[in-house]
Design a protein around this ligand. Structure first.
Ligand code: UDP
Length: 272
C-alpha cells in the first residue's frame, strides 16, 4: 500500500544479517486477500515495514470481516490493497483448508499487539493507541507498559470522534511520531479511517485491532485458550455481550458461502 500498488511484501531473516525483503504469498478467500503467514512471519514483516519507514497498512481479517467485505466493496478494496492481512479466525483457516489452500495458523489481533509491544519495548519503537471508549486506550496503555517495561506509548486517543475532528486526531498522531499505530474502532470503520489517512499519518505501520483495547484493559474477557483453539471464541463473546449477535450471525453465512463457492472465487496470489 505504501507504494500505491497491490504488491505483497514480506521478510525473511537472513543468517547474520538484518532482514531481506521477499514475497508474502497471499490467498483469496471469497474475493478477500488473506496473507499466508504465521505469527513469526507476520511480525518479521511488520518489523520490516517499520524499518522501511513508509506508511503500511495491516488488517486482521476474521470470517465476519470477509462476509462484510462481500457487500461493502470499499472495505474489500481496502483489504485487498493492504500490505498484510492476517488470518484472524479458525473459520478462515477452515475455509482455506477446504479450498485446498491451507494457511499456517491463526494470527490474531490481540496476539500481534502483545508480541509487537514486547518487540517495541526491546527495540524502542513508539506506539500510539487510537480507539475504544474514552479512558480505555489509556487503561490499555497502562497495562501494556506494566507488562513490557520500557515500552514507549507516544500517545492515546479515544475512538468516538466526529469525522470533522479527524484532522486534529491525525495531527496529534503525527506530532507523537509513533512507529506503530493501533486503531481499535471496529471493522470497517478502523480500516476506512486508516486507509483515508494513511499517507498524511506518516506512520510506518497502521493496524486495525477491533476490540483489542477492551481486552487488554481488562474491560472485556478473552475466551479461554481451549475455546480459541476449537473456534468457539464467537460463543464466548456472544455469551458475554449479546449485542455481538450481528457479528456472530455472520458465521453461518460465512460457512454457507464457503460451502457454496465454486473454484472461480478461489485463488493464490504471489506477487513481488
Ligand atoms: N469503537 C470506537 N469508535 C466507534 C465505534 C466503536 O472506538 O465509533 C470501538 C469500541 O469501543 C470497541 C471497538 O471499537 O472498543 C470495537 O470492538 P469490537 O469487538 O466490536 O470490534 P471487532 O473486533 O468485532 O471488529
Amino acid at each position: 500500500m505504501g507504494d500505491g500498488n497491490l504488491t505483497d511484501r514480506g521478510t525473511a531473516l537472513i543468517p547474520g544479517g538484518w532482514q531481506h525483503m521477499n514475497t508474502i504469498q497471499s490467498k483469496s478467500i471469497l474475493g478477500v486477500k488473506i496473507s499466508a503467514v504465521d505469527t513469526a512471519t507476520a511480525l518479521a514483516s511488520i518489523e520490516d515495514f517499520i524499518h522501511g519507514g513508509r506508511p503500511h497498512m495491516v488488517v486482521t481479517a476474521d470470517s465476519s470481516c470477509v462476509v462484510l467485505a462481500q457487500r461493502d466493496h470499499e472495505l474489500r478494496e481496502i483489504i485487498n490493497a493492504a500490505d498484510l492481512v492476517t488470518p484472524d479466525s479458525t473459520g478462515i483457516l477452515w475455509a482455506a483448508r477446504r479450498f485446498g489452500i491451507p494457511l499456517p495458523e491463526r494470527v490474531s489481533g490481540v496476539d500481534i499487539v502483545e508480541f509487537l509491544c514486547e518487540t517495541a519495548a526491546r527495540s524502542g519503537y513508539r506506539i500510539f493507541l487510537l480507539g475504544a471508549a474514552p479512558g480505555v486506550a489509556e487503561a490499555a496503555a497502562e497495562k501494556l507498559t506494566q507488562r513490557y517495561p520500557g515500552l514507549i506509548v507516544a500517545g492515546t486517543h479515544h475512538g468516538f470522534f466526529r469525522p470533522e475532528e479527524s484532522a486534529s486526531v491525525v495531527q496529534k498522531i503525527r506530532e507523537a511520531k509513533p512507529h506503530i499505530l493501533f486503531v481499535a474502532m471496529g471493522i470497517p470503520l478502523q480500516e476506512k479511517w486508516i486507509y483515508r489517512h494513511l499517507e498524511e499519518l506518516q506512520v510506518p505501520v497502521s493496524m486495525g485491532v477491533g476490540g483489542t483495547f477492551d481486552v487488554i484493559s481488562g474491560r472485556v474477557k478473552r475466551a479461554p485458550k481451549w475455546m480459541q483453539r476449537h473456534g468457539l471464541e464467537w460463543f464466548f463473546r456472544l455469551a458475554h455481550s449479546p449485542r455481538k449477535i450481528r457479528k456472530c450471525a455472520a458465521l453461518p453465512i460465512f460457512v454457507l458461502m464457503v460451502l457454496g463457492t465454486n473454484a472461480g472465487k478461489i485463488g493464490t496470489r504471489n506477487s513481488s
